[in-house]
Design a binder for this molecule. Structure first.
Ligand SMILES: Cc1ncc(COP(=O)(O)O)c(C=O)c1O
Length: 346
């Protein structure tokens, strides 16, 4: 049994003595980190999938590769082609890397309210960055619509459409879910994470539900200001408050989320204060320095473990590292006093 399991792991590329082909080959197969302190406190087994170890630095490398591979498979993208996306965040970084690795041009539309650092990083990775006025989705000048129109105007170009192109969730169905299943040797009582496009939750959740024959519970963790908690719990679209987290929270059911939302077992909202406190606690006790969406996920994993009971195993996603973000100055009151030494507050 064990040797069969080892063989399967080796085939999937976990073996330390294996090599991978190029940037694409280095995406995925991330470690599953046992969060010791938190697990002890919860009386449960809490694991974080170290997606910050992807070569572009975030969980979105998987989506970027899946979207580009799918466009190639459908014959929409040929050598020398152009990939266009509307994004200010990690998907753009993932796409910029994947495009360099595969020889495509990468054009990124984003609202002109985004920081200069984000623009500079994408440019440094070779992307053609186009900041456009920050207007609502209903306005045809919204950055997403401009991205689509630009791709439509060019030959051999594709708008990857991360929110509603289900190749995003499919990438997680094919990789993230089966990896977690193998790494826990098939013992996952609960999986929970927050969602932006919904690709990670929907794809990983669907794989784990299938592999466990329905036994793994899959929950959504929501930041304030998102509708998903209301949607899952009572079919509503209520939202209140706002959040310092980036890349997560949603005002609609994306096509990626729609592939799985009916199978979700539950959802709850995590206040920013808890997210910030655990962000510094994870640095202090585990030595892991994470972005806010990951910290929110860890709070949620702890709370789901409490619901599922003593000895349960709960997995979440550690989406990216903290290095891409500024200190949360507005919420310094949420940092426990003994952890304030880690935050740059002046
Ligand atoms: C930091 C971070 N966390 C979480 C997510 C959410 O992932 P998904 O889009 O798969 O729902 C994103 C998405 O961009 C992100 O950038």
């Amino acid at each position: 049994m064990l040797s069969g399991f080892r063989a399967a792991i080796t085939r999937r590329g976990f073996a330390t003595n294996s090599t991978v082909k190029g940037f694409d080959g280095a995406i995925g197969n991330t470690p599953l980190i046992y969060l010791k302190g938190l697990s002890e406190r919860a009386g449960a087994h809490i694991y974080g999938k170290a997606e910050f170890q992807n070569p572009g630095g975030s969980v979105k490398d998987r989506a970027a590769l899946g979207l580009v591979n799918n466009a190639e498979k459908l014959g929409l993208l040929k050598p020398g082609g152009t990939v266009v996306e509307g994004t200010a965040g990690n998907t753009g970084i993932g796409l910029a890397h994947v495009c360099r690795a595969k020889g495509y041009k990468c054009v990124i539309y984003m609202p002109n309210t985004q920081s200069q650092e984000k623009i500079d990083l994408l440019k440094m990775l070779g992307a053609d960055v186009r900041p456009v006025p920050a207007v609502a989705f209903e306005n045809p000048k919204n950055y997403n619509h401009q991205a689509r129109e630009f791709a439509e105007s060019l030959p051999n170009a594709v708008w990857t459409n991360q929110f509603d192109n289900v190749a995003n969730a499919e990438a997680h169905y094919e990789t993230t879910g089966p990896e977690i299943w193998a790494q826990t040797q098939g013992k996952v009582d609960g999986f929970i994470c927050s969602t932006g496009t919904g690709g990670t939750l929907a794809g990983t959740g669907r794989a784990l539900k299938e592999l466990s024959k329905g036994k793994t519970q899959v929950w959504i963790a929501d930041p304030p200001g998102s509708i998903l908690t209301s949607f899952v719990n009572n079919g509503g679209t209520e939202r209140s408050g706002s959040s310092i987290t980036e890349g997560i929270g949603q005002g609609r059911i994306t096509d990626n989320m729609a592939t799985f939302v009916k199978q979700v077992d539950g959802a709850f909202t995590v206040p920013d204060e808890k997210t910030i406190a655990i962000l510094y606690e994870l640095l202090d006790t585990e030595g892991i320095y994470l972005g806010a969406s990951s910290a929110l996920n860890v709070v949620a994993a702890y709370e789901l473990a409490q619901k599922l009971g003593k000895g349960s195993t709960v997995v979440t996603i550690l989406c990216d590292g903290a290095y891409r973000y500024q200190s949360p100055k507005g919420l310094s009151g949420a940092i426990p006093d003994h952890l304030k030494k880690y935050a740059v507050l002046d």
